[in-house]
Design a binder for this molecule. Sequence first.
Ligand SMILES: NC(=O)c1ccc[n+]([C@@H]2O[C@H](COP(=O)([O-])OP(=O)(O)OC[C@H]3O[C@@H](n4cnc5c(N)ncnc54)[C@H](O)[C@@H]3O)[C@@H](O)[C@H]2O)c1
Length: 239
Amino acid sequence: MTGGGRGLGRAVAWRLAAEGASVVVADLNAEDLEHTVAGSPVEGAVRAVVADCARADGIQSVLDACAALGGVADALVNNAAVLSGGLVTEVTEDEIERVLRVNTMGPMLATTAFAGRLVAAGAPGSVVSIASTTAHIASLPALSTYAASKGAVLAYTRAAAVDLARYGIRINAVSPGWIRTDMTSNLGDERDAPLLRRIPMRRPADPSEVAAAVAWLLSDDSAYVTGTSVAVDGGWLAY
Ligand SMILES: NC(=O)c1ccc[n+]([C@@H]2O[C@H](COP(=O)([O-])OP(=O)(O)OC[C@H]3O[C@@H](n4cnc5c(N)ncnc54)[C@H](O)[C@@H]3O)[C@@H](O)[C@H]2O)c1
């Protein structure tokens, strides 16, 4: 699990731990990781690794930590991402590079490394990448860089599913709409009302509601599902 220090990543870690999984959470922020570990519903089920999940060596250190638990990791959640605001006319080269590195290259590098180890072991597995409604519709102004980074995640999910199916490895995406987390807490109240009008259920998601979809896609209950995305958005994309 990348980006497991807070927000949705933390909720997914706790959900999987409650279902009996051994979970390795990786994040840049050691202090946040401590809270994820300490709050696990099952003591000892969640372990933390401080790692940059946008870099291949960081990803390898996370997979090494999984291997140290005995056996190869059988599930990967590509959750780490950064939000980026700014009009098309304002965005800088550095910002585009930063966002694509974390939000798009990170999941691609992690999936390649994860699948490589599974193929070598002859074992099946499942990947879930967290996309966004911004991968499907513009959603909000001034989010073009972020939207592009998430759109690429969906395209990658479809194409990678084709390559990985022969090895018994599934890959899907979840597209949340608005989740109440630290990532969105600074959007400001003035954005809340217009946003809520576009969401038929008239509320943001609790992180646990998105975690439930991730858990389903990782489980054998979705054994015939690959290369697709599940929107968890209170009806936003339907409206
Ligand atoms: N919050 C929302 O409304 C919303 C909506 C749609 C999609 N999403 C997506 O859901 C996922 C989780 O979002 P969130 O709201 O929990 O965000 P968040 O900002 O609260 O948490 C993201 C976590 O990722 C970590 N992270 C960032 N870069 C990293 C890196 N290079 N290596 C390791 N860890 C790194 C951060 O330290 C942080 O702990 C993201 O992919 C986000 O794009 C969120």
